[in-house]
Design a protein. Structure first.
Ligand SMILES: [Zn+2]
Ligand SMILES: [Zn+2]
Ligand SMILES: [Zn+2]
Length: 147
């Protein structure tokens, strides 16, 4: 993974200790796994991946760790087919959005500077200080739409 994610990991450690959370344990395992992800994972997927690496972290601990990371805005939470999924939230505000296929569950990530500009404009028009936004495209992916 590139320098951006090392940055995220350092940032996350700083924010956690500032909020009075001790390092180590399940949270550390979840954090180092997420730091190597390009896109989002559910708690169950994180649990399974840690298992696969011989880490014995309980699913409940994974949920608790994600809850803390989400509270500190260190991860983005995305609802994928009713399941909460999480990915690192870059401190610079850089982010991407997702398109999800209702039929096969495929997910694509996309970035669109024009879309971001439009959303900023809407926030200004409403007089809101916007801290974030959620955008998910749902439907049929190219493979499924063909059928
Ligand atoms: Zn993603
Ligand atoms: Zn599909
Ligand atoms: Zn955006």
């Amino acid at each position: 993974m590139g320098p951006a994610r090392t940055h995220w990991s350092d940032h996350a450690h700083r924010e956690l200790s500032r909020a009075g959370h001790r390092a180590g344990g399940a949270r550390e395992e979840v954090l180092s796994l997420l730091a190597r992800q390009d896109c989002c994972l559910s708690a169950q997927e994180i649990h399974d991946k840690l298992r696969g690496r011989g880490r014995s972290v309980g699913l409940a601990s994974v949920y608790r760790a994600l809850e803390v990371l989400a509270q500190l805005k260190l991860v983005h939470r995305i609802d994928v087919d009713g399941t909460a999924c999480f990915e690192p939230a870059d401190p610079s505000g850089d982010h991407h959005h997702h398109a999800i296929c209702d039929r096969c569950g495929k997910m694509d990530a996309f970035e669109d500077p024009e879309l971001e500009r439009l959303i900023d404009g809407v926030g200004e028009r409403l007089g809101y200080v916007v801290g974030g936004h959620d955008i998910v495209l749902r439907g049929a992916c190219p493979d499924c739409a063909d059928r």
